[in-house]
Design a protein around this ligand. Sequence first.
Ligand code: FE2
Ligand code: FE2
Length: 340
Amino acid sequence: MMTTACGRKCGLRAAAIGAHGAERGAATPRGLRRKLHNAGERAAALRAVKSEGTELEPAVNLWSAAFPSASEALPHQGITGSVLKALEEEVLDNGEGINALRRFNDALVRLAERDDWERIMEPVWSEMAFNLESFNPVFTACMLKVQCTIGSTNYEARDRCLQRLIQPLAGEYGLHAGEPLDKTHRELFSEWYSSVTGRPLSHILDNPTLKPIDGQQLFARMMSDVSNGGGLSDPVAQASYALGYNLAVEYLAHPEKTWLLESFQRFSAERLEPCGRHVAWKFLEVHALGEEEHAAIGHEAVTVFVPESHAAHVRQAMRDHDRDFAIYYNALADLIDVTQ
Ligand SMILES: [Fe+2]
Ligand SMILES: [Fe+2]
């Protein structure tokens, strides 16, 4: 059984923190700039991560083989991949969300300098436990918006889109086509939390003083935006907005999880491993790889369904989520920024 508190600096090396600081100028974590179209390599890498552990089954679909081509003709002029990629770069790669993620991850690594890091991290664990599950009802709301265009949109385009929305959501519950039931998001998160803190997740979830206030506010904003279809009146326009929103969530989840993995690897080397704590990396590793695949699927969900004339709705959804995602991560950075 690991100890619950280190109580000493555990061989902290200031040089390593400095090395991280030197990387702060980097726009994104390692891997973010990888091309999204290389789905086969991504799927193989994810299978390797999932199968290398003792408990996890290889469990990812080769989605590019499972789905019909996204380039199949739409019944209308659809938004093109190049237009959508330009929107991703304009709104998300250069948005407020990335800056907030950078601030949070810098603060997380600096936290290794503090002996009281476990106390400081408790509200962040509470926020992450809630927030990272709160995207699932948002994904469901996005799917509902597409389904509710029944009678107004082409059946085949609608169902090709829905196939792409359902797969990432199913994976959160350990469901992968043709595979045995896998561990759920909650189970993997719980293993990660317990390996770092030495406590069961109930220590956070059952603590009435640890309300995930910022995560709940983000959840309310996400559900309001998607449920109201961005304030648009036409059901198809609302669905286009929801698909832009879904893509924004998945697109930002990639740097979010990749950065979190890298920051925790640094934190572990500085603060946990010297204390004999061994992090259960599966949650972070699977998400760091999987979210890139989800972003690619979310991209295709837009291109198989959204009319070109609705590009502004997609852009608005991306901006709405980027803004609220940034508010959330700046709030998390405030919780752990020991330089404030
Ligand atoms: Fe998850
Ligand atoms: Fe995802």
